[in-house]
Design a protein around this ligand. Sequence first.
Ligand code: 2RA
Length: 329
Amino acid sequence: MRVAVVGATGMVGEVMLQVLAERNFPVTELIPVASEKSVGKEIEWKGNKYTVVSLATAVEMKPQIALFSAGGDTSKEWAPKFAEVGTTVIDNSSAWRMDASKKLIVPEINASQLTKEDKIIANPNCSTIQMVMALAPLHAKYDIKRIVVSTYQSITGTGVKAVQQLENEYQGIQGDKAYKYPIHRNAIPQCDVFEENGYTKEEMKLVRETQKILSDNTIAVTATAIRIPVVGGHSEAVNIEFEKDFDVNEVRSILEATPGVTVQDDLANYSYPMPIYAQGKDDVFVGRIRRDESQPNTLNMWIVADNLRKGAATNTIQIAEYLVKNQLV
Ligand code: 2RA
């Protein structure tokens, strides 16, 4: 299969290349694509060297699949051009996620929605993916009424510049800034820009994307997204009010039986999810599972995942695997 990776030299692009190799995705021809400044660079993948090409060249090569992580503007302009030559695009930007004609897919939850006609498929935001992975099976059983989520997000979600800023601040040296404020020894209550309602785009993604993926606009969601000086993954404290009551042990059993979810919830042995241990793994880790004793039918939990893997690259490639397995490409 001829596969283009658009944004091949970026953080998510590099992880997509790594995951394609790890999962032995059936690539017969790899087309690394990047912005003009990177065209001509060589990358190595599975022991072979590949030359980075431009978006226009990649379209002419008519890949069967194009995995995008190149920002919303690039996706808005170029995803349709790939689709016009028959390529199926799976896009990591927010460009298409809320487009009513586009599918927003977490394979374990709603891949069955996909058809051959879907030529631009949206990969949800990383903080949404890890949350719905844990909530979808509970919604099916207990019917979610309201979600209150606070996220503690890795600087890798912002990109290389943020990782470098933390390193520079740690070393005490000056350099380019991804954030207006220091991130070392700090917590910044802003991920992405603010919307009119005082919430950030990141917080409103959790609201809107969760409703779309779970196909239920009656689910009330409120979110606070915080940036913290961590690199391994995103963490989330989630409070869920259900329409029906539940048994905490049954909740734990449901999660333990959910593909892609690992329960780490053994307080006697101080076992709970942490980003430093989630880094490099594809599962979503859930712990601190406990009833909210302040109101009926309400549960608290802690959800951690590597935002570059299940939060982006791995979910994208799992969508591609589903397409191939079901002969939709
Ligand atoms: C972030 N989820 O963490 C966003 C984009 N990757 O900044």
